[in-house]
Design a protein around this ligand. Structure first.
Ligand code: FAD
Length: 237
């Protein structure tokens, strides 16, 4: 289709500037000539790092190439009227200390428990009134066992023990996320005292192991429901 010169100008003028270009243009007005620290990329790691730096009085700028900040944790309206999570939407690994330090709730963070947390439809033909099978898992253990027993009664029976095992693993590993890694240099070459000190990193793991009964004697009720749901951190809010 041909367009007259004036028509074309109007069309170009009306066409929206790409969102990232508009965002960058608007941000230019806020830029200072100098910063103490610059973070490239406004994913959640960059944002958290920048927030901590700024709180310490380090004058910090975050540069993001996209028009939205949040990286993989962003929810975007990709199709008008429909919002999509780009990838990362579970907060199980977000450290509680960060919630508190950055006052995330005060800034509008709301958590939603995912229940059911997993739906797996099977690629099979339904016959007559029989619909294709699927597996739906949530926080109700009895319901989960019913679901699993469609495929394997044995697995359904073992599921509470599996959950308890996974919860126990999570409880043991969780404190390590806030601990500095083992100082391998000190561990390999240090004095006996330095070696022992370097192993203190593993204290939470040892404590978790010591404070919980062996797997065989545990029942699922003994563990917080859904530290890891169905072995998947995707069960977390
Ligand atoms: C499919 C999938 C599902 C996941 N699900 C979860 C989950 O449910 N829960 C969870 O905790 N983790 C999840 N993760 C992991 C999580 O997404 C990553 O650990 C997290 O996004 C890393 O954060 P980040 O800030 O380091 O990087 P990103 O989130 O990748 O952010 C990087 C940012 O930097 C920008 N950038 C890159 N290069 C430049 C540049 N040169 N200049 C300017 N800006 C730049 C990018 O545009 C982006 O905004 C998932 C990952 C994937 C792939």
């Amino acid at each position: 289709m041909a367009a007259s010169g004036r028509g074309l100008c109007r069309a170009v003028g009306a066409s929206p500037r790409p969102a990232w270009r508009r965002a960058h243009w608007e941000a230019r007005g806020h830029l200072k000539p100098e910063y103490d620290a610059v973070v490239i990329g406004a994913g959640h790691n960059g944002l958290v790092a920048a927030a901590y730096l700024q709180r310490l009085g380090v004058n910090t700028a975050v540069f993001e190439r996209r028009h939205v900040i949040g990286g993989a944790a962003v929810t975007e309206e990709i199709i008008p009227g429909f919002k999509f999570s780009r990838a990362s939407y579970l907060l199980s690994l977000l450290r509680p200390q960060i919630y508190t330090d950055l006052e995330l709730k005060k800034h509008g963070l709301r958590l939603h428990l995912r229940n059911p947390y997993s739906f797996t439809p099977l690629l099979e033909e339904g016959t007559g009134s029989k619909v294709p099978r699927s597996l739906l898992l949530g926080t109700d253990m009895v319901e989960n066992q019913k679901q699993i027993s469609q495929f394997s009664p044995q697995d359904a029976q073992a599921f509470p023990r599996y959950e308890a095992f996974m919860n126990r693993l999570a409880l043991a590993i969780d404190p390590l996320l806030d601990t500095a890694p083992v100082d391998m240099e000190a561990f390999q070459r240090g004095s006996l005292l330095q070696r022992l000190k370097s192993l203190s990193t593993l204290k939470p793991l040892l404590q978790a192991g010591a404070s919980h009964p062996p797997l065989g004697s545990s029942s699922v009720q003994a563990w917080p429901s859904s530290v890891i749901n169905g072995g998947s951190t995707k069960g977390q809010p």
